[in-house]
Design a protein around this ligand. Structure first.
Ligand SMILES: C[S@@+](CC[C@H](N)C(=O)[O-])C[C@H]1O[C@@H](n2cnc3c(N)ncnc32)[C@H](O)[C@@H]1O
Length: 213
């Protein structure tokens, strides 16, 4: 991973002491750093497992965990403030079915040794890196999508949303090479809006939603 191009930049804002404490005091049943991660299976006692990558402020992750108590919800995020927020909401709602891994999803998937584990993988609004010279930073490469296919159980579903047309085209091309069935929706009605979905709507960009299995 040393020479790999990062799909994220470290935020400049500092975390408050209270938020830092939420992370440093988090139970090992709820949280781990990517350095300490080995494989997904060791953290979940559930039959149904859902992974969300780049959950941001965690609106979708928390809502899924609250509405899907019979399943285990794993979230991966590099952004410390998002991790702290989700840990806070997990505590507040007494959620037992969430596990957060803080770090780079690419490194985490490379380390993972469990295959055919998730019933669903969700990636909503991956950073679009719109400048031509930055495109190599995009998270959803052919390699990365292949690693997601490996952790999905047979016929399980990958959900991706983006509001960036040329990224959507790249993703669609790669999905067509890797998955047998792809559904593409434009501006599909949804019950929950993440922070980035709201910005896309306000800025009148189309939301392209892929379901691949
Ligand atoms: C544009 S935001 C979208 C957040 C959220 N999904 C939403 O819809 O509001 C992209 C998120 O992906 C995270 N991210 C980017 N690259 C990542 C990586 N390699 N591993 C884990 N998270 C990553 C960023 O920190 C950021 O929170």
């Amino acid at each position: 991973m040393k020479n790999s191009v990062r799909s994220f930049v470290r935020p400049r804002t500092r975390l408050s002491k209270a938020k830092k404490k939420l992370i440093s005091h988090a139970s090992s049943q709820k949280f781990c750093l990517s350095e300490n991660f080995e494989n997904f299976k060791q953290h979940s006692p559930y039959k149904k497992n859902i992974l969300e990558i780049g959950f941001g402020d965690g609106e979708n992750l928390i809502s899924n965990a609250l509405n899907g108590l019979d399943s285990f919800h794993v979230g991966i995020e590099v952004y410390e403030a998002g991790v702290a927020k989700v840990l806070e909401l997990t505590k507040k709602n007494n959620l037992e079915n969430i596990f957060i891994i803080q770090g780079d999803a690419k490194a985490i998937l490379e380390k993972n040794t469990t295959t055919k584990f998730f019933d669903e993988v969700i990636i909503f609004f991956p950073d679009p890196w719109p400048k031509r010279r930055h495109k190599k930073r995009r998270l959803l490469s052919n390699n990365f999508l292949n690693s997601l296919k490996m952790v999905l159980k047979d016929k399980s579903i990958l959900r991706i949303k983006t509001d960036w047309d040329d990224y959507a085209q790249e993703i669609e091309n790669d999905l067509n090479q890797i998955f047998s069935n792809i559904k593409k929706h434009i501006n599909k009605k949804t019950d929950l809006f993440t922070k980035y979905e709201i910005s896309a709507i306000e800025e009148k960009r189309n939301i392209i939603y892929f379901e691949a299995y």
